[in-house]
Unconditional design. Structure first.
Length: 230
């Protein structure tokens, strides 16, 4: 794994590439957040989606791909832990929050001391990925774009490390439904969400000559996939 900053182990199974691995804002509420997003009622009421919608989309990135996979903003793997346990791909799961990565580690190890040998958990900055251009065969980020104001910078940095010919998979919450717009706007006031985008605004983040883009919408969630062609 090539990188620009030294990588060192922080705790069992978790590494960091940050010079100052201070606690992230999500560290103090990681457990609560992970329990919330795992519930059927939360996804159905606020987004009109199901866990199965997210898992079926993520399965294409994690199970039905080949080569190296980077998951940016992996969180605690509430929707994806079982997919990562099943894949034979070499995967790097990156998040800023150590507490989220600990939850991910526990879900992946299922009580065992060791993680699957093909999985690495890495604390890092999504806006300064510690990898050279064109590193990964697959790049994914599930439910992360909406957290940021500088969405275009986030997307561009993620796609920078994707190989030409590589595939990408993102989903993001949008203002498609009134309850979703209200919920996101409320969380933005307390700095939990970034600027609220529509489906069209979110898809437009990928409108580049170097990208093939497909998208579909379920409830207030837009699912975006494609291929880097140059």
């Amino acid at each position: 794994m090539s990188h620009t900053d030294p990588i060192r182990q922080l705790t069992r199974g978790i590494y960091t590439c940050l010079e100052n691995p201070a606690p992230a804002s999500y560290d103090f509420k990681a457990g609560y957040y992970e329990r919330l997003v795992s519930t059927r009622w939360f996804n159905r009421f606020f987004w009109d989606t199901s866990r199965q919608d997210y898992q079926e989309f993520a399965a294409d990135a994690i199970l039905r791909s080949s080569g190296t996979v980077l998951d940016i903003g992996c969180g605690g793997l509430a929707q994806t832990a079982y997919l990562y346990r099943a894949t034979g791909n070499d995967c790097i799961l990156l998040d800023r929050s150590i507490e989220m990565l600990k939850i991910a580690r526990d879900r992946l190890s299922e009580g065992r001391r060791q993680l699957p040998a093909n999985i690495q958990l890495l604390q890092g900055n999504a806006f300064q990925l510690p990898f050279p251009d064109n590193t990964f065969d697959t790049v994914c980020s599930f439910g992360t774009i909406h957290l940021f104001d500088n969405k275009q910078v986030f997307v561009d940095e993620a796609l920078r490390v994707l190989k030409p010919g590589g595939k990408y998979y993102f989903y993001s919450m949008t203002s498609q439904r009134k309850i979703s717009h209200l919920f996101m706007s409320s969380l933005r006031l307390i700095h939990e969400f970034g600027e609220v985008y529509s489906v069209a605004q979110t898809v437009a983040l990928f409108n580049k000559p170097s990208l093939q883009v497909q998208s579909h919408v379920i409830g207030s969630t837009v699912f975006i996939r494609g291929q880097k062609i140059a």
